[in-house]
Ligand binder design. Structure first.
Ligand code: G6P
Length: 618
């Protein structure tokens, strides 16, 4: 949700900022801008539209411009116009900022600044920040601490007035060699290169330059000069930070031969799932080894109640987790949207374990739910992809997905890995509690083999494209599944909505007759996940009900199932695995279906309208 990037070094800033913005564009893409410092003046270029539109209006890069800030926006306050685009400059023209987050008390601050004679140009909350810093900067600075520049003092003074969240990069025209970053609630990383520094919302904008980085914590600032950097709290207490290695490479975020990141990420799943499980399934000892949470397994084994909290696709993975934990671990499990959990005054009994699932590790609602669960005394475990992210740092312990960066806004490889991690935890719980060694060993082997079962599904991509093409003009689709495949139906519907803008509803198949069946008419596409499993016969009945009412059935079935052919207008097959492992396979055709539908409709698959990859606002 908004990407920020900033540069201080010896190279021309503009191309570096532009390249960084392109890598961050998946975080927001309705408007963009950059500001560079040249001969004591701040030069801003910004526009509505994508980074490409910004590129079109930029001047030739200048050698004198080695300090600058950039932003790609996902609008919250104010429409995506050029005026509302970042950077925002204060009323004196000395302070420019880029901001990711939301300032909750902006209205009060704006009114107060207006009374002080400050004029505002935009409708954004962010412009309050530049003006507030500018206000303190231009005011008598007798309160300024010794040894601290006026610029840094003004930034800290302003930050202390802000309620809400921010990832910020700030420049001041009087300080051509200083860049300041600040963080609260929104992510901010400082890449530490040889003679150059890059601030960014995430590592993708940094790894082309350096793999050494520091992760700022909330209420911290970093002041960067050519001589080095100093991190402090916003009340000016020095904080020492450890420089860490960023674990992924530039290659991992490039698209290679694929037309879209989403397609690349769908096709990466045999590899990403293997990496996720690598070293974690010990076939000899017949055990799961999850280093991050090993010492918490005793708590987990004894817990009377598990709560899983997440948003979007991660929530659907959590629903699969509910089936897994109840079936294998025999632990009562609830799955909650993080946005509901955090405001519901949730009951956390003694011994409740909460699991927060998040690809980005930055989703504002999931982070807030995690913090709340911790405050109320729960042990909180994380299942997160982005190493060092806010949720990963807030939880008591956790398991990383290790699937590399996910850039496509619609989550794909993170889902299969989230389910794989939940499956590993559930098998280990089951093994410790009540399932036999034999059963555990069989399951571990079958889980280990899942990645190689993905290829035959990916091989059907062209056939799935034809199914999408044949139904592309239909504006309403149903996705239906039962048992473990019910959450997959929800995920299939979400994928289609997100990127093709087709209305889709996911349902437990049996619920259809309590209402949604009224929608079925006129060749309406109904996607059934009807793989072999305990409810196979039941779902056959549901397919018949749809066919009898004129719906078109797109059926995901088990390879070699002859009987199903006569029920399916279109058939997609997946290899035969036990029901509890199926979600990692049955979701793949649905990801491909959504992908092809979106491409056929001419949409930008990686940057669907109104969405952002990492939702760092409520
Ligand atoms: C956004 C993304 C979804 C994602 C959800 C949760 O809405 O568009 O793809 O599932 O956030 O994100 P998280 O990073 O917490 O998994």
């Amino acid at each position: 949700m908004c990407g920020i990037v900033a540069y201080l070094g010896n190279a021309k800033a503009q191309p570096i900022l532009l390249e960084g913005l392109k890598r961050l564009e998946y975080r927001g893409y309705d408007s963009a801008g950059i500001a560079v410092l040249n001969s004591g003046a701040i030069k801003i270029k910004k526009t509505s539209g994508r980074i490409k539109c910004l590129e079109d209006i930029l001047d030739k890069p200048d050698f004198n411009e080695t300090l600058g800030i950039g932003h790609t926006r996902w609008a919250t306050h104010g429409k995506p116009t050029t005026i509302n685009a970042h950077p925002h400059i204060d009323h004196t023209g000395k302070i420019a900022i880029v901001h990711n987050g939301i300032i909750e008390n902006y209205s009060a601050l704006k009114q107060w600044l207006q009374k002080e004679g400050v004029e505002f140009k935009s409708e954004t909350d962010s412009e309050v920040i530049s003006n507030l810093i500018g206000y303190f900067y231009n005011k008598d600075t007798s309160e300024e601490s010794a040894g601290q520049s006026k610029f840094e003092w003004a930034v800290q003074a302003a930050l202390q007035q802000l309620h809400g969240t921010y990832g910020l990069a700030i420049i001041c025209s009087d300080f051509p060699n200083v860049l300041i970053g600040a963080k609260k609630g929104s992510p901010l990383i400082l890449g530490v290169g040889a003679d150059e520094y890059i601030i960014a919302s995430d590592a993708s904008a940094i790894v082309g330059h350096t793999t050494r980085a520091i992760y700022l914590s909330d209420n911290e600032t970093v002041t960067i000069t050519h001589e080095g950097f100093q991190t402090k709290t916003i009340d000016n207490i020095k904080v020492e930070k450890v420089v860490k290695e960023i674990e992924f490479s530039l290659e991992q975020i490039e698209m290679g031969d694929f037309k879209h990141h989403m397609l690349k990420e769908i096709f990466e799943q045999p590899q990403s799932l293997s990496t996720c499980m690598s070293g974690r399934i010990d076939m000899i000892a017949n055990k799961i080894k999850l280093g991050g949470i090993d010492s918490f397994f005793r708590d987990l084994t004894k817990t009377k109640r598990l709560i899983i909290t997440a948003c979007g696709t991660a929530y659907h993975a959590g629903l699969v987790g509910e089936f897994l934990f109840e079936q294998l671990g025999r632990i009562p499990t609830e799955v909650e949207y993080a946005s509901e959990f955090r405001y519901r005054n949730p009951i956390i009994d003694d011994g409740t374990v909460v699991i927060s699932i998040s690809q980005s590790g930055e989703t504002a609602d999931t982070l807030a739910a995690t913090e709340q669960a911790k405050e109320r005394g729960a042990t909180v475990l994380g299942i997160v992809n982005v190493v060092g992210s806010s949720i990963a740092r807030t939880t008591d312990a956790g398991v990383y997905l290790h699937v590399g960066p996910e850039i496509g806004v619609a989550s794909t490889k993170a889902f299969t890995a989230q389910v794989a991690v939940l499956t590993m935890i559930a098998i280990e719980l089951g093994r410790r509690k009540h399932i036999s060694d034999d059963q555990a060993s069989r399951l571990l082997k079958q889980l280990f083999e899942i990645p190689e079962k993905i290829k035959p599904i990916l091989d059907q991509s062209e056939a799935i494209k034809e199914i999408a093409a044949a139904n592309i003009n239909k504006e309403n689709w149903l996705f239906l599944g039962r048992g473990f495949n019910y959450p997959v139906a929800l995920e299939g519907a979400l994928k289609l909505k997100e990127i093709s803008y087709i209305h889709a509803e996911g349902l437990p198949a049996a619920e259809m007759k309590h209402g949604p069946i009224a929608l079925i008419a006129d060749n309406m596409p109904a996607v059934f996940i009807a793989t072999k499993g305990p409810q196979y016969d039941k779902i056959m009945g549901n397919i018949e009900e749809v066919r009898a009412r004129g719906g078109k059935t797109i059926v995901v079935a088990t390879e070699g199932d002859e009987q199903i052919k006569r029920y399916a207008d279109y058939l997609i097959t997946v290899p035969d695995v036990p029901e509890l492992l199926q979600p990692m396979l049955t979701v793949l055709p649905l990801q491909l279906l959504a992908y092809h539908a979106a491409v056929l409709r001419g949409h930008d698959v990686d940057k669907p309208r109104n969405l952002a990859k990492s939702v760092t606002v409520e």
